[in-house]
Design a binder for this molecule. Structure first.
Ligand SMILES: Cc1cc2nc3c(=O)[nH]c(=O)nc-3n(C[C@H](O)[C@H](O)[C@H](O)COP(=O)(O)O)c2cc1C
Length: 345
């Protein structure tokens, strides 16, 4: 399978099965999240885990082709890094995929899960579940021009089209009409009207067994499960049935869980000894970005949750929230906030 990166497991002290000795690149990933998983966020997440696969926010093909911003910018340290594309027109997707490969991305992921009105108006996102052949054509068009894996992130259904057969037909059509062998399944359906994107992440019930069944029926595919997973213990349970686990909100709001990913899920040494060190390791990046004119608050908003549940967490949050936006705010704001945590230890 093109997606798999074999990681040799040298730790013989743990009871690790042969199967576990081969970890797919996306055994653990942090979900694409618009406005959240920007390049600053990803840089920080990478400090916490060497092994997690990181995803960009969704970037539309229109933004890449016509936009004025540098939507594909990232730091080399962020690898392995997947670009999530929003779009449906095969030739345009192919054009963007080519650019993404040239820019050094490790994977391209097509968004077939976002239910927002804006996205539906552009005929992409979750509504594409109803157009499986178009998804396949888009994936194929991308695969024809790049060597990196092209993956699809989707839901288990849309609106009234929520049977297991519908999901299987969707996957089957994409698989048969492209070389796609790697899907991430958000284990709830989406309502295309009547619910906001936020409600669509909370109200439709989660159905993990349906994703497990999909893996049984399509054993040749690399399947990752997503939705409502809150701990690495839960992640390990899911990994008994599927190949990968993707976590979104919990990883963002409580990023300290990422510091345990390498050890718990990859049998690798942890990237950082503790979260205090992770923040200190971010200092050079902050200094570098500030010198380029980045506003401190754009970085610190992603680190507010790192001390969740430990003494000083509230003071840390408050100090950063109240000061990082001020004109001239610099690294001293973060140093001061960190003291508020360390002096309570
Ligand atoms: C703020 C926010 C923005 C999101 N943006 C995207 C996006 O750009 N593309 C996408 O496929 N999913 C997006 N999602 C959905 C997540 O990728 C994920 O599927 C969903 O949050 C369920 O996983 P979780 O329960 O672990 O958070 C977003 C979620 C949140 C909370």
């Amino acid at each position: 399978m093109q997606q798999n990166k074999k990681i040799e497991n040298t730790d013989t002290t743990k009871n690790v099965s042969k199967k576990e000795a081969e970890f797919p690149l996306n055994r653990f990933s942090v979900a694409p999240m618009l406005d959240w998983t920007d390049r600053h966020c990803r840089y920080f997440h990478r400090l916490l885990s060497k092994e997690a696969l990181l995803y960009t926010e969704m970037v539309t093909t229109g933004a890449i082709i016509h936009g004025k911003g540098n939507y594909l910018a990232y730091s080399e340290e962020e690898h392995p890094l997947a670009l999530q594309l929003g779009g449906s027109e095969p030739q345009t997707l192919a054009q963007c995929a080519k650019i993404a490969q040239e820019r050094g991305y490790d994977e391209i992921n097509l968004n077939v899960g976002c239910p927002s009105d804006r996205v539906q108006n552009g005929r992409f996102g979750a509504c594409l579940m109803g157009e499986a052949k178009l998804v396949a054509d888009g994936v194929k068009a991308m695969q024809d021009v790049v060597d990196i894996p092209v993956t699809v992130k989707t839901r288990i259904g849309i609106d009234e089209q929520d049977s297991y057969e519908f999901l299987c037909d969707f996957i089957d059509t994409v698989v048969k009409n492209s070389d796609c062998d790697n899907f991430i399944i958000h284990a709830r359906k989406a309502w295309l009207s009547g619910l906001s994107p936020k409600e669509n992440r909370e109200i439709p019930p989660l159905d993990y067994p349906r994703v497990y069944q999909l893996k049984k029926d399509f054993p040749q595919l690399t399947l990752s499960i997503n939705g409502g997973i809150k701990s690495l213990e839960e992640a390990k349970q899911h990994l008994q049935y599927v190949d990968g686990v993707m976590i979104g909100r919990e990883a963002y709001q409580n990023p300290s869980i990422l510091a345990h990913v390498d050890r718990e899920l990859f049998n690798e040494a942890a990237s950082v000894v503790n979260t205090i060190d992770a923040i200190k390791a971010l200092y050079p990046y902050i200094e570098r970005e500030l010198s380029k004119g980045t506003y401190l608050g754009h970085i610190t908003r992603h680190i507010l949750g790192i001390f969740q549940g430990i003494p000083g967490a509230r003071q840390w949050r408050r100090h950063l929230s109240e000061n990082a936006h001020k004109t001239g705010a610099d690294i001293m704001v973060v140093e001061k906030a960190l003291e508020m945590v360390t002096e309570r230890m």
